[in-house]
Write a protein that binds this ligand. Structure first.
Ligand code: MG
Length: 262
């Protein structure tokens, strides 16, 4: 009888272990760009992320002076144009192409290419702007574009380094999933009081504050971690109990997760 109980306990432990590992979701950082002929934040990187069935394709959004939302990481283009101070036409005329020869995509281009993919969610980063007013206008524009494209709350998750952006997202679309990228303004306890759905922090921050993972779990919040490219750190973060890992190496992460299940 005791042997039977022991075997059952071991089976349960194994099953829990499998569930833990299985649960970790792969977010391709700026899409899956780390391949021949692709580039960060390109349509090609989005297509690659969808091809490998990543849970999410992360991308960065900035806004031009005439209100066009573009997928681009830095506030400035590669040749130094501050995006928020230039019109979209100026950007098209003066900004260099991406490394794989694509034009900087607009948010509309990106959503069209994504086309409500059933496997890969949009992990939508709204970049901080020079003033809270501009950030609010930008949040409004992003939400309006998503509305026009019939993007549901289940299809998109928002992240931002700007806590103002996170709060505005929650004010304007309370059902949206929002995760701050930094603890500069609020730590997780406050984030959760403010209605945030989780957090997305650098792995060194989680190493310093493993208790935040427990806090998040106790409140059914999401723990996302960036940007984990090394196998040993992937394993460390899986063991810590994170829900998502954001990585430039999504295929490697998929292998690590798969091997963990065995
Ligand atoms: Mg980003």
């Amino acid at each position: 009888m005791r042997t039977k109980t022991l075997i059952l306990s071991i089976m349960l432990l194994l099953a829990t272990g499998i569930a833990e590992a299985k649960k970790v979701r792969v977010v391709a950082h700026r899409g899956y760009w780390n391949t021949e002929g692709s580039a960060r934040n390109s349509i090609s990187a989005l297509n690659n992320a969808m091809a490998i069935k990543a849970y999410g394709s992360e991308f960065d959004v900035n806004i031009t002076s005439d209100g066009v939302l573009v997928v681009h990481h830095d506030a400035k283009t590669a040749n130094g144009l501050l995006i928020e101070e230039h019109t979209f036409a100026e950007l098209r005329e003066k900004a260099p192409k991406l490394k794989n020869n694509e034009l900087i995509p607009t948010l509309d281009d990106y959503l069209t290419a994504w086309n409500h993919n059933k496997k890969t969610k949009l992990v939508f980063e709204i970049k901080p702007q020079s003033s809270p007013e501009l950030e609010t206008r930008m949040v409004e524009a992003c939400l309006e574009t998503l509305r026009k494209n019939n993007v549901t709350d289940k299809e998109v998750e928002f992240i931002s380094f700007s806590y103002h952006v996170c709060k505005e997202l929650k004010r304007l679309r309370p059902t949206a999933v929002v995760m701050p990228l930094s603890t500069a303004v609020a730590e997780p306890e406050q984030m959760f009081k403010d209605g945030m759905d989780g957090f997305d922090l650098h792995y060194n921050v989680l190493r310093e504050h493993p208790e935040w993972v427990e806090l998040a779990k106790s409140q059914k919040k999401i723990v996302n971690v960036w940007t984990v490219n090394q196998e040993d750190v992937m394993r460390e973060m899986i063991a810590l109990g994170v829900d998502y890992i954001t990585t430039d190496e999504p295929v490697l992460l998929q292998k690590v997760i798969k091997n963990k299940k065995k």
